[in-house]
Design a protein around this ligand. Structure first.
Ligand SMILES: [Zn+2]
Length: 338
């Protein structure tokens, strides 16, 4: 084992303590580790496979389970228990928000990618979005290599599907079963295909670098230390296999059992008076019947068009003109995948 990067080889504890690293570059027996910026760690094995893998967490600072999981994988890499065989970029997205145990400090970091951080007044999240984009430019330095980015989150509300992936809009490339299969093996029960570009971190990686990128929602928010990481054991196994370049159990059956949804329309808050007809704690993917009232937008009522239409990420408190919910419909795997 080589020199230490942190006094206790624990990136998360160092971040939460805002501790200065002992070194920003260390060499171990089989790999080197380089801190590109706060909470952004590049791992390069001496002999790397053909895939560059980004694992990001904490883009929302209070979504702790994936933060703890990424930290656990990193610790296993530093102790030699896990031997990286691919180039890896671990990203702890918003360290200041993590220290404050809050989703964000000034504004939602996951709406600021694809350069949109440049518009408007600068703040902590806008500067961080620029720093994260720069880290991806540094990391994705060879277009001939395969690129993967899983941006790991937990949701504010409960969900009919505890774990689901949001698939960025990529009409030119489309989606392939082999790209989705590892997520299904990791316990992802549902896939939501976006209908339009979005300034999220995963859309940025997909659009700018052609990465197989996903926003991965992994259950409900809990404080640090209150997470049961055994609920993420399937994900942990898949990530370990990706990191060690082990073959994944080919599992098209698991993928076939997943649910697939396409965004059908967006409910936008147009009026000051805006409310949903359902309670705040209604789970994501709750379905409605044709003719049901879904929302009140000023004196207009938004009705369910087609039975089975379901609501995802409802938030009545967004600014006027912003997205208040996605309406999705169930589709077949063949409709969304090659
Ligand atoms: Zn999140």
């Amino acid at each position: 084992m080589g020199a230490k990067m942190f006094s206790n080889d624990d990136l998360l504890q160092s971040l939460l303590a805002a501790a200065t690293p002992l070194s920003d570059h260390v060499t171990h027996e089989h790999f080197s580790a380089q801190l590109l910026a706060e909470g952004i760690l590049l791992i390069e094995p001496q002999q790397a496979g053909d895939t560059d893998i980004v694992l990001s967490c904490g883009i929302h600072g209070n979504e702790t389970a994936p933060i703890e999981l990424c930290n656990k994988l990193l610790q296993q890499i530093f102790t030699g228990e896990l031997q990286p065989k691919q180039r890896l970029l671990f990203i702890f997205g918003n360290p200041t928000a993590m220290r404050q145990a809050t989703r964000f400090v000034v504004e939602n970091l996951n709406r600021l990618f694809c350069g949109s951080h440049q518009q408007g007044e600068q703040n902590l999240e806008r500067q961080r979005a620029a720093e994260l984009e720069q880290a991806l430019v540094t990391f994705f330095n060879d277009a001939s290599r395969q690129r993967i980015h899983w941006d790991l989150h937990t949701a504010i509300r409960s969900s009919k599907h505890e774990k689901f992936a949001v698939c960025p809009y990529q009409p030119q490339r489309g989606y392939q079963r082999q790209t989705l299969a590892p997520l299904a093996a990791a316990g992802i029960e549902a896939f939501l295909f976006n209908h339009a570009p979005a300034f999220t971190f995963s859309y940025h990686s997909s659009h700018t670098f052609g990465a197989d990128a996903f926003t991965v929602e992994l259950g409900k928010v809990a404080p640090f230390g209150d997470n049961d990481l055994s609920r993420l054991s399937a994900l942990e196994q898949v990530l370990r296999a990706l990191i060690e370049q082990q073959p994944l159990a080919a599992d098209n059956n698991t993928l076939a059992q997943a649910k697939f949804y396409q965004v059908k329309r967006v409910i936008t808050r147009d009026e000051t008076e805006f409310s949903f007809t359902f309670p705040d704690d209604t789970a994501n993917f709750t379905a409605f019947t044709a003719g049901d009232a879904i929302a009140k937008n000023g004196n207009k009522t938004v009705f369910c068009d087609v039975t089975g239409e379901a609501v995802v990420f409802p938030n009545a408190k967004v600014a006027i003109g912003q997205r208040a919910a996605l309406c999705v419909v169930s589709v077949a795997l063949n409709d969304v995948c090659m």
